[in-house]
Structures are given as structure tokens and as C-alpha cells.
Design a protein around this ligand. Sequence first.
Ligand SMILES: [Zn+2]
Length: 471
Amino acid sequence: MKSRAIFIVGASTVLIFAMVSRAEVKIFADHNRNESAMPDFKFKSVPSPSESDAATKAKFTIVDGRRDRNGGNVDKLSDGKIPLEEDQPSENFFFNAGTDGGRLLVDLGGTIDIKQVNTYSWHPGTRGPQVYKLYAGDGKADDFNSQPKRGTDPRTCGWKLVASVDTRPKDKPGGGQYGVSICDSNGTIGRYHYLLFDISRTEGTDPFGNTFYSEIDVVEPNAPVVVATQTTKPYGKTFEAEKGKYRITIYTSETPDLTEWAHKELAPVLQKWYPKIVKMLPSEGYQAPRRLSITFSPNMQGVAAASGTRVRCGAGWFRRQLQGEAKGAVVHELVHVVQQYGRARRSDPNAARTPGWLVEGIADYIRWFLYEPQTRGAEVTSRNIARARYDSSYRISGNFLNWVTETYDKDIVRKLNAAARQGRYNEKLWKEATGHTVQELGDEWKRNLKKKIAAETDATAKTKTPTEEDK
Ligand SMILES: [Zn+2]
């Protein structure tokens, strides 16, 4: 069999031609990278998942391999429901950790014309891309074996190889959302009763190389297409920032009581501050994510967390803080969306790791000293001075960064950010920028704080005492 691959340079769609039999099978593979993958599974050329295709009624069976019990069962592949988030094991089917994939049989219930076979997956890491071979059969051959195990070439028992799919990007992190569409120049791939997927893991360097498959569609000619919906129908509203350059979607479907606050009070802050933060934290050749989402979750413990371009917020904490710290907490997460320091290490394992205190310190510096300085929420006081260290993280490190900015170098945060994102953070940067090591800076900062607090305590004592005595 002859096959060749054609890569359309510069586009996210890869078109692979495989010559099989007389017909020309085409494989379209679209990749929405982490920063642009959204729960709607929209692709450049591959249709979005359908909930009314022939696979919906088909029977899926594991022929070889074991499913991972952290994921959904094999029915997840045909239920017409797609995940809402990039790392949602229960809404995907995947083979067991530490194994190299397996085989899946799809019994279509009878012989049908097949126009397309479409497969969808979503994961922020190496479980995003798809690697599989698709075989098809009508089950009529005398030697037909409907469940050939690994080790048996399906072509020897009544199957035809339709396509070989491998969407792993070359030299790039593979995370994101993938849509693959297998179709044919003739209009149909053929008439078949059975499909067999021989699925491989994408990598074997750790146990987590099995792809998170979200949905498999089998599309008949002229079939009406009903686009699949998320497990939980998300109610999202998109807000544009900087004249449409950035799009921020807020999901409150699971927390309708927060919708009004999120749209009226939070959204304007995001529209104003996301572009501002992008401008504050530039680095050469870097394009900050243009699409991001904020999801309020009733089940999430804690405050908020950012992963890739998605921010999740714990509804319980937000309900208590709507008039307090709520908006600032999201501003902190916006900084993480812009930072993207993990990228350097994903493309180069030798890239320098940025210390966590600095990652959080930058987020809290921007939040407390630039976004809401009037709240004075990151002051070091007599209550917490004893334990304060420059690397205490969060507000304390934010306070330290603010002091270095005001005292030594107004661009220190910009410089540290660029180095962190490019995987070249090093303590020498402090010395280059300020003439002092970070430890010396930390000591001086703390001496100043102590002096300031002592002076304030003194002043309060002096003004208070007489008034109290007067009474
Ligand atoms: Zn944080």
C-alpha cells in the first residue's frame, strides 16, 4: 500500500492522502491548541461532533486492551456528549495507564454507506493527539473474524485498512483538542457493517500516553447533522476585549445565581484588565492567549485555579466574597493565563523552572498593587512581619516585588516575567537589574518594613495615649 502525507504549512489542518484500493481516502486532522480549545469543539475543516450519527446506535466493544477506570466506559464514545473541559476523564474513553492502547469494535447493526468517520479527543498534554489505524469490513468474508486481537493483522481475516491516523505534531507540545475526519474523494468510504479501531498510545515515556477520546462519529450520506452538546449544557457568554482581539467566555451554567454579578461586575474588569496584563508582561515573540474562559463550579473547593486558558472558580468562596475579594481573585488568575511559564519546559525539558513563589508573587503584585491598591490588601503589618520573607509567595512576595519596583528597577517584573516564560529564570537576574542579590534585596526590604511598622506603632501610640487619658 502506498501512502503519502501532505502537510499544509502554516495551517492547523493537516491533510493526509492515503491510497487504499481504488478510492482515495482523505484524512483531515485539525488541532485546536490549548490556548484556543473551547468546549464547542469547533474546527477549521473537521465538522463538530454530532449526536445523531450512525455511531449513536452502534455497539462498541473492547476487543483487546483494558479501559482505564478513571475514564468513562466505551459508551462515552457514541453518546453524543462532549467534555466541557480539557481534562475531564469521566467524559472520555481511554485505555489503561501504562498500556499501549487496544482495539475497539464498532458494530453498526447492518451494512451502511459511510461518508465520514470522525474522531475527537481533548487533553492538555500528550493524551491529546490521536494515533490509530481504522479497518472496516462487511462481515461477509468466509474467514471474517469480528474480534481480531493484537498480533493478528486484521487484513488477514476479512478487514480492509481504511486509514492510518497520527496527529502528533512534530517538535511541538501536543496538547489540545483534535478532530479527525476520514472521508473519500468518491463521496463515501464504502459500505460496511463493522469498524475496527487499532488505537496506540502517543508516547511511552510515562504511563499516561493513552489518548482521551471524547467522541467517535460515523456519518452516513445525506444524514442530518445535529451538533453534540456538552455533558452539562454550558451557559456561556462571551465578552470581547480590545475591540475583539481577545474573547473571554464566562460560564455560569452550574451557578445561575452568579450570572448577573459575573456579567455586570466581573466582565468589565476582565475586559479592561486582561489586555492590560498582556501589555505588562510581554516577551519576544510571545502571543498571549486570545481566547480564555472563566467557569464557576459549585463543586470546586478553594478559591480559583488557572490551567492553560481556563480559569475555574469555586462558587462557594465567590458567593461569600462578591463584594470583597472576588474580582481581584480572578485578576490574579488572569495573570496566570498570561504567564504560561510551563510552556518553556514543555518544549525544552532543560529549560529553567521558575520558583513558585515568584509565579504567585507576580500574580499578586499585579492584583494588589496595580489592580486594587486602594484595598491595601498586601500590606505587611506588625501581625505578619515576623514570618515575612521575600519568597513567602502570594501577597508577601507581591509586596517585595512592589518594593523592588519602587526602589530599584521599575521594569523588574517585566524582566523576570520574560525570563520565566523563556525558561531562563536565574537568580543572577536580580543582581543584573538592581546590583544586589535577591537575598540582599529581601533583607533590605524587611529592614525597611520593620522600621516603617515601628514608626507607625510609635505614631499611633503617641496620638492615642493622650486622647484616651482625656476621656
Ligand atoms: Zn495563583
